[in-house]
Design a binder for this molecule. Structure first.
Ligand SMILES: Nc1ncnc2c1ncn2[C@@H]1O[C@H](COP(=O)(O)OP(=O)(O)OP(=O)(O)O)[C@@H](O)[C@H]1O
Ligand SMILES: O=C(O)C1=C[C@@H](O)[C@@H](O)[C@H](O)C1
Ligand SMILES: [Mg+2]
Length: 165
């Protein structure tokens, strides 16, 4: 199917770039983080507090696996890549685009990790999380876009032209 699924670290720009890209392409836009909040009636950080990190990843995996749409740009949550079933599903319904950004830039954008509800385990640094996730983002990606020092509109344009090739 003809969807576009954006993956990458928290703060990489999936949600902001996703909506700009959807407008350019005349697609719908869905943010899977908001679908999770809507379906559970909870804020993301509340789910993490109530169910723990593994519980949150399970909820995210189940909801992402159930997403059924067409001609839609889907901005996923940074931790979506831990959900194997969800990622296999995304692969079957569209093109997965990994928005790559250096750990330094991610750190600069995120600020306090705990305030943002990132699924970081006790004792784990942002650098550890980055090293753990990068191979996963790369494994599932159909296209990798380097987002370093680029404006949102230029990244959206680059994705559009990469999709044509
Ligand atoms: N290319 C860019 N240049 C400068 N700032 C950017 C760029 N892309 C995104 N941002 C900013 O970075 C912040 C994080 O972006 P955004 O919320 O879209 O990330 P995300 O990948 O959706 O994160 P999450 O996984 O937590 O949902 C926002 O303040 C956004 O405006
Ligand atoms: O990268 C993460 O661990 C997360 C990113 C957000 O988009 C949310 O999906 C949630 O807060 C977890
Ligand atoms: Mg987002």
């Amino acid at each position: 199917m003809n969807n576009i699924i954006l993956t990458g670290m928290p703060g990489a720009g999936k949600s902001t770039i996703g909506v700009v890209l959807a407008k350019r392409l005349g697609y719908r836009f869905v943010d899977s983080d908001l679908v999770i909040q809507e379906r559970t009636g909870r804020l993301l950080h509340q789910i993490i507090e109530e169910k723990g990190i593994d519980g949150f990843i399970q909820v995210e995996n189940e909801i992402n696996e159930s997403l059924d749409m067409e001609k839609t740009v889907i901005a996923t949550g940074g931790s979506a890549v831990y959900g194997k079933e969800a990622m296999v599903h995304f692969k079957s319904i569209g093109t997965i685009i990994y928005l790559e950004l250096s750990c330094e830039s991610i750190a600069h954008r995120l600020g306090d990790l705990s305030e943002r509800g990132v699924t970081v385990r006790k004792g784990q640094t942002l650098e550890d999380l980055y090293e753990e996730r990068i191979p996963l983002y790369r494994r599932y990606a159909d296209i990798i876009i380097d987002c370093e020092d680029k404006m949102i509109k230029d990244i959206a344009a680059e994705i559009e032209s990469a999709l044509k090739n």
